[in-house]
Write a protein that binds this ligand. Structure first.
Ligand code: FAD
Length: 403
């Protein structure tokens, strides 16, 4: 077990600076352009791949850190640069986490690198759980996977909604029901390899924020994948289904296991957005004059900034604790959810206050704070809404099935 420390080590400090420099020098100058274009920022992701920031090695290195802090530290800097471009760079990690959380070592070795491709041929991954009628309620998935034993082949049918990189990804990880009677205990995760017939992109959503990130429906129409694409393998699935039929706990659900592990990272995304807005508003408040003095000389403005920085620091402490616990113990009171909930709500409040501090300028697209406010909001919705985080925490502290 590694001790929890607020002192970042040499490696972490170097990575923090490296990501910050990329965010400042490469991402920030083009953030507004890609937000307006509402397109996937291929050139930026390709540049990130060239320096090794987008790629399987970076992810493995960050995830291999025994303190757990490297990933949230890097993500905070990336999203400080821009959340839409940040998601374009980090979206693949969700697919990689889905594979790592549920796959065999052989499947992980085969498919995680294919999610990323190489520096010269960038590829993307997508993690497809949500459906038009099943977002928070993951147990209601309608996408169905049926096994043909003679061919050792699965056929998948269904529609997935709001999928990051959906339809433009090379590797889609799809969570489907294999036994609808068992609800969430009858689900499994599948790899849908590049170029598989029957998988197509449905509508591409026009969004409020993180507009450089691609979000679309994924339609699965008689998609056929070999038995080897079932993550974890058939034997493990059969054993899990048998336990579920006997009403014995079958352990974690595939989708929930992935989300649980990634929550501090999502908190770190929100934290980066909040910090960007706070820093901008602080500088502005010192320079903007009204009634013959800088507006920060008014307690009403200074106290807002005091509140913003305190909430940001509190969020970071919760995120680091959760990231450390994920590696060095386990969550007891829903600490992963606490960190994501606190940071995402903080990001919404801080970015709104930043607009208030910038006044009329803050409300215009000439200044970045309105974009940051739009970007912040997604964090209270995806990978578990704020209400669902509170549900997880309530159940953890009470040991009861709070509804
Ligand atoms: C930009 C974007 C990217 C996304 N990327 C992905 C992705 O890559 N992969 C993926 O699988 N999904 C993705 N999603 C989907 C996202 O995870 C879901 O939208 C989210 O889980 C909420 O589900 P829902 O939209 O169906 O809302 P609902 O579940 O319908 O919730 C609606 C409201 O009801 C509340 N609510 C629901 N149940 C309860 C309850 N039991 N108690 C209290 N309140 C409740 C919710 O908190 C919310 O306020 C993405 C979504 C967006 C917008």
């Amino acid at each position: 077990m590694t001790d929890f420390s607020l002192n970042l080590n040499e490696d972490q400090l170097q990575i923090q600076k490296w990501v910050h420099d990329f965010a400042e020098g490469v991402i920030r100058p083009v953030a507004e352009e890609w937000d307006e274009r509402e397109e996937f920022p291929w050139p930026v992701v390709e540049e990130a791949a060239q320096i090794g920031l987008y790629g399987v090695d970076f992810l493995l290195n960050a995830m291999g850190d025994p303190t757990g802090l490297t990933l949230p530290v890097a993500i905070e800097e990336l999203f400080w640069g821009d959340a839409g471009i940040g998601m374009a760079i980090m979206g693949t990690a969700l697919a990689a986490a889905g594979i790592s959380g549920n796959g065999t070592p052989e499947q992980i070795m085969e498919w995680v690198p294919q999610c990323y491709g190489t520096a010269d041929k960038v590829q993307l991954g997508a993690f497809c759980v949500s459906e038009p009628d099943a977002g928070s309620d993951v147990s209601s998935l309608r996408t169905r996977a049926v096994y043909d034993e003679a061919k050792d082949e699965w056929t998948i049918n269904g529609t997935k909604a709001w999928i990051t990189n959906g339809g433009i990804a090379d590797v889609h990880v799809v969570v489907a029901s294999v036994d609808p009677d068992l609800k969430s205990k009858g689900q499994a995760s599948f790899i849908v390899p590049p170029g598989t017939e029957g998988l197509s992109q449905g509508q591409k959503y026009k969004k409020h924020g993180i507009r450089a990130s691609h979000t679309a429906e994924v339609v699965l129409d008689d998609v056929k994948v070999p038995g080897s694409c079932l993550l974890g393998g058939k034997e493990k699935l059969d054993a899990k289904l048998a336990r579920a039929r006997e009403n014995v706990s079958s352990g974690k659900q595939p989708a929930m296991a992935t989300f649980e592990a990634t929550r501090p990272a999502v908190g770190a995304q929100a934290l980066g957005v909040a910090r960007a807005a706070y820093e901008y508003a602080l500088d502005y408040a010192k320079e903007r004059h009204a009634f013959g003095r800088p507006i920060i000389m008014n307690q009403a403005i200074a106290f807002k900034l005091a509140n913003m920085v305190t909430e940001i620091d509190a969020s970071r402490l919760l995120i680091w604790r959760a990231a450390w616990l994920a590696k060095n113990g386990q969550f007891k009171n829903g600490e992963g959810s606490m960190s994501k909930w606190k940071a995402s709500e903080t990001a919404v409040r801080v970015t709104e206050e930043a607009i208030q501090i910038l006044g009329g300028y803050g409300y215009t697209r000439e200044y970045p704070v309105e974009r940051w406010h739009r970007d912040a909001k997604i964090h209270t919705i995806f990978e578990g809404t704020s209400e669902i985080q509170q549900l997880v925490i309530s159940r953890a502290i009470s040991g009861m099935r709070i509804e």
